[in-house]
Design a protein around this ligand. Structure first.
Ligand code: IVH
Length: 673
């Protein structure tokens, strides 16, 4: 029996450590299969000895019976809310109030944290074991959601380390990462289920399920940021908020990595700007930042007023969602003829800019959300993402509005609109006869990932088309400086630059050229795979559907699009014409990915490189078979670091990934080529 207890305890400790590596440090050291194996071993032992199951066992994260209702719990320490500041003046007034109250003229040290847009939670530990998790509720009493909280991998069931207080209460924010939210909604929608409006609602709904096995299926995460109370075993509250965060990490809680200590209020403002600029790069939603007086003694002296601490303030970001009206719904024609409905909106200031259009994606989306002309709607703009209509406020709908129908003819060229029943997308059947498709395919050919022609923006393309100087991409290469210089607002110098970049684009690589052709559903990643696999354009043109499908990431639909594209004589003629005009790329005998000197090696590029652009560096690495990834993980082999690198460098150091500077990268490329 003792041997069994020992074995169980060892397995628990091992699982606890791997769980922490995976969910909190996000740097797993074993595979999912190995983890499952360990968990199964523990489960088997516990099945034979049920009396040895403890509530903190990693097997106890799921499996509780559904509840009829939540029990309410009274918080030992109330869960407060935060005062808000929307401007610099309000923030300076906050700093002044604090100095006045503390009777000091010295600069106040603050901890700056993101304000996570999730649901707050309180976690209670007795002698290091999680005993209760509760929602905020009205701040005084909340709901007991212990079973649900246990399903969140990043919440420790047992604290790590030796300094364990008898009683500990920790506060944090449960949220759903942006990408996981989108994926969840995509799958829910495919199953015909209701989708969530935003990650915050999704987190809140998921945490308040009576059946914890439903919560377990939701991609919940947590950041912890406060100790509400601590006592016993000679362990007392740290002196500063920054120490609190450090302590939380040591106990195994997940603490956000963007948190900074600043020496005065101007540091808070700089932090606000820096985080705001990166708001949409962060993998979770935030609606502002929070500043907290770092010194806990000063916090205690400041106290609270109307359920909010005087020592903290939320500095809110501009809202990303606003309410406005749909003035009209129009259909735009894309490169492949796809019709995209666009809502013309009453202009509204949202996410820091005024918007007057929002994409409605496709006709089915309009039907699903029942969006009509004249409706009052919630629109969202997050960073550079195209604004979209989130939902209709049905209670504001006026009588006699009618639903929008798919047009029968192309609004640009009048050709018939076709839509297969199995597809959501409706298309103009005009092909390159349609002016819109002409324009869009040229835009695509010159875009950054394709032939990357500088100075050929949408406006210039429009002017060239209107002046009948071009009809398709081949005409670009016959364009003269004189003709370009005659265009509206185009001086001699810009005309010269434009022709220069058009000529420069003749020297390209196969992947970019393939992508530039605009074959349906062939993105830049697929184009790279095709180029690496075939090595020459002719080999690709001759490939049949079976051969195409055998390539990684090329499914039956894409394979068919590719084969169909190369069967059409007008496409082959266009390619031939471009080659005759001098567009060329290096070719090789194929299978480059497998043979490449860097095959299987994964690279991350960060910061600004001096002699070559990140795109060029990535192209060169890929040509040698390397994989380029956007985030650093334990599987990354090299991180290439330029000027002003971000958190990726920090993460690389933490994980012990090999770091290369620009010269070392060039040396590496040089020794291989
Ligand atoms: S401190 C005692 N820190 O914002 C002060 N709260 O509007 C309150 N929140 O209920 C907690 N990120 O749910 C704090 N870094 C952060 C936060 C944060 C998000 C939430 C929390 C709180 C609400 C107040």
């Amino acid at each position: 029996m003792d041997a069994t207890v020992k074995q169980i305890n060892e397995l628990k400790a091992l699982l606890r450590e791997h769980n922490h590596n995976y969910y909190v440090l996000e740097a797993p050291t074993i595979s999912d299969a190995e983890y499952d194996q360990l968990l199964r071993s523990l489960q088997n032992l516990e099945n034979s000895h049920p009396e040895l199951i403890t509530p903190d066992s990693p097997t106890q994260r799921v499996g509780a019976a559904p509840l009829a209702q939540f029990r309410t719990v009274k918080h030992r320490v109330p869960m407060l809310s935060l005062q808000n500041a929307f401007s610099e003046e309000e923030l300076l007034a906050f700093d002044k109030r604090i100095k006045d109250r503390l009777n000091t003229i010295d600069a106040i040290e603050y901890v700056c944290e993101p304000k996570f847009d999730g649901v707050s939670i309180s976690l209670s530990y007795e002698n290091g074991i999680l005993t209760q998790a509760a929602t905020r509720g009205d701040g005084e009493t909340g709901e007991n959601i212990t079973q649900n909280a246990k399903t969140i991998g990043a919440i420790p069931l047992q604290l790590l380390g030796n300094e364990i207080p008898a009683n500990l209460e920790v506060r944090g924010e449960v949220y759903i990462p942006q990408a996981a939210f989108e994926e969840y909604n995509r799958q829910a929608s495919a199953r015909g289920e209701k989708v969530f409006v935003n990650p915050r609602n999704a987190a809140s709904g998921s945490l308040r399920q009576l059946d914890a096995s439903i919560t377990a299926k939701r991609p919940l995460q947590i950041f912890c940021y406060a100790i509400a109370s601590i006592e016993g075993n000679g362990i007392s509250m740290p002196a500063k908020q920054s120490d609190v965060l450090h302590k939380l990490k040591q106990w195994g809680f997940r603490v956000n990595s963007e948190i900074k200590v600043v020496t005065d209020i101007s540091g808070c403002l700089a932090y606000y700007q820096a985080i705001l600029a990166r708001r949409n790069e962060l993998p979770y939603e935030i609606d502002g930042v929070v500043y907290k007086v770092n010194d806990l003694e000063a916090q205690a002296a400041l106290g609270e007023i109307s359920r909010a601490p005087r020592w903290a303030i939320a500095h809110k970001f501009p809202a990303q969602e606003e309410i406005t009206e749909v003035l009209d719904i129009e259909f735009q024609v894309g490169r492949t003829g796809a019709l995209t409905p666009v809502a013309r909106l009453k202009p509204v200031f949202v996410g820091g800019v005024t918007i007057s259009n929002a994409t409605l994606h496709n006709i089915e989306e309009i039907e699903r959300k029942d969006i009509r002309v004249g409706d009052t709607v919630v629109v969202k703009r997050a960073g550079d993402v195209i604004p979209k209509v989130v939902t209709v406020l049905l209670e504001k709908r006026l009588p006699y509005t009618t639903a929008v129908k798919l047009p029968r003819h192309c609004p640009v060229c009048g050709s018939e609109i076709v839509k297969a029943d199995s597809e959501v997308v409706a298309r103009c059947s005009g092909g390159l006869y349609c002016k819109a498709q002409q324009r869009e395919s040229i835009k695509h050919y010159v875009s950054k990932s394709a032939l990357d022609i500088d100075g050929l923006g949408p406006k210039v393309i429009e002017l060239l088309l209107d002046a009948s100087l071009i009809k398709d991409v081949t005409d670009l290469y016959s364009l003269t400086e004189e003709a370009a210089a005659n265009l509206e607002r185009m001086g001699e110098k810009s005309a010269q630059n434009l022709i220069g970049s058009i000529n420069k684009s003749k020297n390209t690589i196969l992947a970019r050229f393939l992508y530039g052709l605009g074959i349906r559903e062939v993105g830049i990643a697929a184009a790279r795979n095709l180029a690496a696999h075939f090595g020459t354009l002719d080999a690709l043109i001759e490939a049949d559907v079976d051969e195409l499908q055998a390539i990684s990431d090329i499914g039956p639909v894409v394979a068919l699009h590719i084969a169909t594209f190369f069967q059409q004589s007008h496409n082959l003629e266009l390619i031939e014409k471009l080659r005759k005009l001098g567009v060329h790329w290096p070719e090789h005998s194929g299978q480059q990915l497998a043979q490449g000197a860097l095959a299987g090696k994964s690279f991350v590029l960060t910061g600004t490189l001096a002699t070559l652009s990140r795109d060029e560096a990535a192209d060169k690495l890929r040509a040698l078979g390397a994989k380029i990834s956007s985030s650093v993980s334990a599987k990354t082999n090299y991180v290439v670091v330029g000027d002003n690198p971000g958190s990726k460098l920090v993460k690389a150091r933490k994980l012990g990934v090999t770091i290369l500077n620009e010269q070392e990268l060039i040396n590496l490329l040089g020794t291989i080529v």
